[in-house]
Write a protein that binds this ligand. Sequence first.
Ligand SMILES: Nc1ncnc2c1ncn2[C@@H]1O[C@H](COP(=O)(O)OP(=O)(O)O)[C@@H](O)[C@H]1O
Ligand SMILES: [Mg+2]
Length: 254
Amino acid sequence: MLEIDGISKHFGGLPALEEVSFRCREGMTTALIGPNGAGKSTLINCIAGTLNPDAGAIRFTGRRIDDLPCHRRPYLGIARTFQNLALFPRLTVLENVLAGLTPEAEQSFVKSLLRLPATRHRERLLRLKAMAMLDNFGLADKARWPASVLSYGDKKRVEMARALVAGPRLLLLDEPVAGLNGAETARIAMEIRRLHGAGLTILLVEHDMDLVMTVSDHVVVLDGGRLIAAGAPQEIRTNPRVIEAYLGRMSVTA
Ligand SMILES: Nc1ncnc2c1ncn2[C@@H]1O[C@H](COP(=O)(O)OP(=O)(O)O)[C@@H](O)[C@H]1O
Ligand SMILES: [Mg+2]
C-alpha cells in the first residue's frame, strides 16, 4: 500500500533521513521506532506532504505521491496526527473534527453561502458524521467546547477523531500515546486494535514498546536517519543492533 523507496532528507546540510526504504502492507500496522532525532517525524511529514524529500520516491497504491502538494493527499486517503498537537484552539471540538472533512466541508461552506437547501442537508450530514466520530472517542458531550480548554488526553483523542472522520485508507500516527496516563493509553491502544481489525493500514510512530509489541505486525527501526532493522516485533525486541541503538538506551533512562 505504501512504498518508501530510498528517501533522503537534509536540513541545512545535516541529514535527517538517509536512503530509507521499507513498505507498509495493506491492512497491517507497521511501527516506526527509534531514539529521539532518528528521523521518524521527518519521514511522517514526507509521507503526509508537509515536507518534500530531497531524494527517493514515495508510492501509495502504486502511484507516486512525493511530488503531490500536501493538501491533495487527504483526497487520496492519507490521514495523520501530529506529534505536537495541531488543533485549532479557538474552534470548537466539533469544528476541529469537521476540519478533517476539509475537501468536502470547504465545498459545502461555499455552497452554504448560496443557501441551497440541498447543501444545508449535506452540511447536516457532515456534522452528524463528525458527531458520530466524537461519540466513538467518548467526546460527544464536549463537542461545543473550545478545543483549547480540553485536557491533553482529550486533545490527543480529538486529533485521532479528526484524522479518521473522512475514512482514510492509510493512517499515520506520530506518538499517539506520548504523555498519556495508563488508562488513556489503554483506550488509544484499543482504538488502534479496532482500526487494525477493520482493515485500516497504519504507520505508527511510538516509544511505548508495550503498545508497539501488542499492536504492530511489522517494526521498522531508524537510528540517525538510517534504517537499522526491520522485522516482526519479537525479532526486533531481541535484535542486538536495536538493543544497542534504542532499547538499551531506553532502559538506562527508564
Ligand atoms: N524543520 C527542521 N529544521 C531543521 N532540522 C530539523 C527539522 N525537523 C527535524 N529536524 C532535525 O532532523 C532530525 C530528525 O528529527 P525528527 O524527524 O523530528 O526525529 P524523531 O521524530 O525521530 O525524534 C533531528 O536532528 C532534528 O533536529
Ligand atoms: Mg518525532
